[in-house]
Design a protein around this ligand. Structure first.
Ligand SMILES: C[S@@+](CC[C@H](N)C(=O)[O-])C[C@H]1O[C@@H](n2cnc3c(N)ncnc32)[C@H](O)[C@@H]1O
Length: 373
């Protein structure tokens, strides 16, 4: 995309009251457009202000669209409204949005099913939910607006999915949390990072403020949420190389080891499932389940009650954990081999997929090497 499109967007946006102070959009390799500092910035500087009048929300949706979709989600309404909009102003905004080809390459929802099937199970679960939501929204919109093409709707739906901001007004406050969303120009060019700028809004404006100092040329981020890489990959089409919120699910390796009665004991105490591994270690739930495989019930309960020191059984539980991690690693190796053998989709898709499995392998290897078994 040419830079003139960004220049035109800025010209229009500033004429409409958007204020950029010390920042500008810039093409960044591998991240599309992002926001960079044009000068040294202090912490607590207001760098971007977007007037509420420029937000695309439920309230600014033309009445006939809103009225035809009364039971649909705000996500569906915003996407339908994008499909039906014909103003020249909106064209200026759309010119900087990611292309359909970029979405097709990056977003798993657009991939061939054979590649989707090679996603880690946590990502597949997120994808299934996303698809259910988009199918529901498409049913509502196609019934109300039969002239909207499915491909156009899905493109708009993905734009809304990957670029909206949390926002409420007294009128929208009562809606479900998922419906508290608005689109806004320029602000939607911030990429995601852990140390993001601060965001806030009131009736008049949406405001972005630095949370720390930045040098000129630094990219500025906002935090989309405390998301794992599986979530980022499915919802936004990228994963971070270093992600403090990354995690992998261990359920498929832990649950089959437990008998019915052990499962019941865990369920009774709310320790069944949701076993996770993060960049540093496995969660307490996992250790509790694995401990049940190693100890008799009396001792296991004593650890839970705090009357038996959990370190007493550390070696034997760690050995069980190592078995689990080794099984996981073997499964990762199988998936990497399947991705390498795959011919469906594009090389970009397969590279994204492979990179995700390699990240998981790194997590498993790090966790295994910290065990002294
Ligand atoms: C709200 S938009 C941000 C602006 C976007 N880069 C653009 O060119 O329009 C969200 C999209 O930006 C990209 N993105 C955001 N943060 C990223 C990051 N840390 N690394 C790579 N891509 C990122 C993803 O494609 C994501 O779907």
């Amino acid at each position: 995309m040419e830079m003139e499109a960004v220049e035109r967007l800025l010209e229009w946006a500033t004429a409409e009251g958007v204020i950029l102070d010390g920042i500008k959009p810039q093409h960044l390799p591998g991240r599309g457009i992002g926001i960079v500092a044009t000068r040294r910035l202090r912490a607590d500087e207001r760098i971007l202000t977007v007037p509420t009048t420029l937000l695309r929300s439920l309230e600014t949706t033309p009445l006939h669209i809103f009225a035809a979709l009364t039971n649909a989600s705000v996500h569906a309404i915003l996407a339908a409204s994008m499909c039906l909009e014909t103003s020249a102003e909106f064209d200026i905004w759309c010119a900087v949005l990611p292309s359909r080809e970029e979405f097709a390459a990056n977003l798993p929802i657009c991939w061939p099913p054979s590649l989707q099937a090679l996603l880690p199970s946590a990502a597949q679960a997120i994808l299934a939910q996303q698809r259910a939501k988009s199918d529901r929204d498409w049913s509502a919109v196609s019934a109300a607006f039969p002239d909207i093409e499915r491909d156009d709707f899905l493109y708009a739906w993905n734009i809304v999915n990957s670029r909206t901001f949390y926002h409420t007004t007294p009128e929208t406050k009562g809606l479900p949390r998922d419906d508290h969303m608005v689109l806004q120009p320029v602000a939607d060019l911030f990429n995601h990072g852990a140390d993001g700028c601060l965001v806030s809004f009131d009736d008049e404006e949406y405001v972005f403020t630095t949370s720390q100092e930045h040098e000129a040329g630094d990219e500025l981020f906002i935090r989309y949420g405390a998301h794992s890489n599986d979530f980022l990959l499915v919802e936004y089409g990228f994963a971070l190389a270093a992600n403090q919120w990354d995690e992998a699910r261990l359920d498929e390796y832990v649950c089959p080891l437990l008998s019915e009665s052990q499962k019941q004991a865990l369920e009774d105490r709310d320790y069944w499932g949701k076993y996770t591994l993060d960049a540093e270690s496995v969660c307490y739930r996992t250790m509790t389940a694995l401990r049940l495989l190693c100890l008799d019930r009396k001792r296991w309960l004593a650890v839970l009650a705090g009357t038996r020191d959990e370190d007493l059984d550390k070696d034997v539980v760690d050995a069980k954990l190592l078995d689990v991690l080794n099984n996981f690693e073997a499964n990762i190796a199988r998936h990497i081999a399947m991705v390498d053998a795959a011919t469906d989709g594009t090389q970009d898709m397969r590279d994204i997929l492979r990179a995700r499995w390699v990240q998981m392998k790194d997590m498993v290897v790090t966790a295994a090497s910290s065990l002294h078994v």
